[in-house]
Design a protein around this ligand. Structure first.
Ligand code: AMP
Length: 210
């Protein structure tokens, strides 16, 4: 089984598919967004600086993200899903040369309509611990504004607000083209239709990891 690099705009289902593939295939999952949010929640000065970048939907510096990623993976004993990394060609090169460094992998691009995604993300609400995710349109909580499981107030992530989401999409669209070229040139890119239902997307991913 190959390491899996998941590429796709925010909200395209990278996290959902990762969770399923961890269950089904025994992958380890690493999300740089999660690693950064964990750093922010420590409340350190570094965390505050990271938060101010994330709240605007901009990219955190390559060096910092790479350092955080390297410190949190162990490729000698596990196969990974890289979720949210790389975000640009520089990171793709570091992943290829310094991190995966000859280990087999495939880059899967989750192809989806950006406007549909924006609509999905701005309607996303999460429990205060971030663990339970709702959608005001497609998966609303039973009681408005309250988590079904924890009973606590639902919140909107700062970077799920429309203006920020539009910026995150712009950042993605600016960086993704060269990254796709990078993987195409290496013959490592598989593009899949991620507008299908969840199981259908999982199946397409599973077809290209062996
Ligand atoms: P995500 O949870 O993947 O949507 O990431 C949330 C935010 O974390 C992004 O909007 C960026 O500000 C930051 N981030 C996550 N991954 C990276 C990365 N590989 N490089 C730079 N910034 C990142």
């Amino acid at each position: 089984m190959k390491n899996l690099v998941l590429i796709g705009p925010p909200g395209s289902g990278k996290g959902t598919q990762s969770n399923i593939l961890v269950e089904k295939k025994g992958y380890a999952h690493v999300s740089t967004g999660d690693l950064l949010r964990a750093e922010v929640s420590k409340g350190t000065e570094l965390g505050q600086r990271i938060k101010s970048v994330m709240d605007l939907g901009e990219l955190v510096s390559d060096d910092l993200v790479v350092e955080l990623l390297k410190a949190n993976i162990d490729l000698s004993s596990k196969q990974y899903i890289f979720d949210g990394f790389p975000r640009n060609v520089k990171q793709a090169e570091v992943l290829d040369q310094e991190i995966l460094n000859g280990t087999a992998y495939v880059a899967v691009l989750l192809d989806v309509d950006i406007e549909k995604l924006i609509n999905r993300i701005v309607n996303r609400r999460v429990s205060s611990d971030g663990k339970h995710i709702y959608n005001l349109v497609s998966n609303p909580p039973r009681k408005t504004g309250t988590c079904d499981v924890t009973g606590t107030h639902l919140i909107q992530r700062e970077d799920d607000k429309e203006e920020v989401v539009r910026n995150r999409m712009d950042v993605y669209l600016r960086e993704v083209g060269p990254m796709i070229e990078f993987y195409k040139n290496k013959n490592l890119l598989v593009t899949i239709d991620a507008e299908k239902e969840i199981d259908g997307v999982t199946e397409q991913i599973m077809n290209c990891i062996n």
